[in-house]
Design a protein around this ligand. Structure first.
Ligand code: ADP
Length: 187
């Protein structure tokens, strides 16, 4: 899933994983657990997370490669928050190809910026995440535009991109994504 911060990709990814009985691999959640557990990886990632900057590709790839391979063997996965840069997408492809792991679809959730901030401020109140302040949110949105948005073209050119209107209720968005995946017969 590719979407700007606050678009609801975490919520949708969790529901989709449950619905299809596959793994939900959320890079942001995994990074926050590493930080909370005080691991070497977490210590390296913490400052990037707090600033809303991207954690270096190498750190993210080290954390994810084994998990994705294991989930692929066990029946499949939803990637939430990864890849986030073209370099990550390229590295993921090079690691996945020899292992016979491929993406079936890339779901892009589309939500207008004013709606994104409304959702993020609600999440900030509910969860108290350090990167949910307005300044950090704006920085994350700028990073999304610069670094992650180019992935949409990258996957569109490969025939994988499916755009879904994310500015609706959780249930409507979920039904739409399931419909898209069923039409592709990937489910
Ligand atoms: P959201 O769902 O709100 O976009 P995430 O929980 O996916 O937020 O990510 C939170 C933070 O974790 C990012 O701002 C970034 O610092 C870090 N992060 C998550 N995934 C990646 C990734 N693939 N590459 C680099 N940094 C990442």
């Amino acid at each position: 899933m590719v979407a700007p911060p606050g678009a609801g990709k975490g919520t949708q990814a969790a529901r989709l994983a449950e619905h299809f009985g596959i793994a939900h691999i959320a890079s942001g959640d995994l990074l926050r657990s590493e930080v909370a557990a005080g691991t070497a990886l977490g210590r390296e990632a913490a400052a990037y997370l707090d600033r809303g900057d991207l954690v270096p590709d190498r750190v993210v790839l080290d954390m994810l490669v084994g998990r994705v391979a294991q989930a692929a063997d066990a029946g499949g996965f939803i990637l939430d928050g990864f890849p986030r840069t073209l370099a990550q997408a390229q590295a993921a492809y090079e690691l996945a190809q020899p292992r016979d792991i491929a993406l079936d679809a890339v779901i892009a959730l589309e939500v207008p910026p004013e709606e994104l901030w409304a959702r993020m401020s609600a999440r900030a109140a509910a969860e108290g995440r350090a990167d949910d302040t307005q300044a950090v949110f704006e920085h994350r949105l700028a990073i999304y535009d610069e670094q992650t948005k180019p992935l949409l073209n990258f996957y569109d050119e490969r025939g994988l991109l499916q755009k879904v209107d994310g500015a609706r209720s959780v249930d409507e968005v979920f039904a739409d994504i399931v419909g898209v995946l069923e039409d592709l017969s990937v489910s």
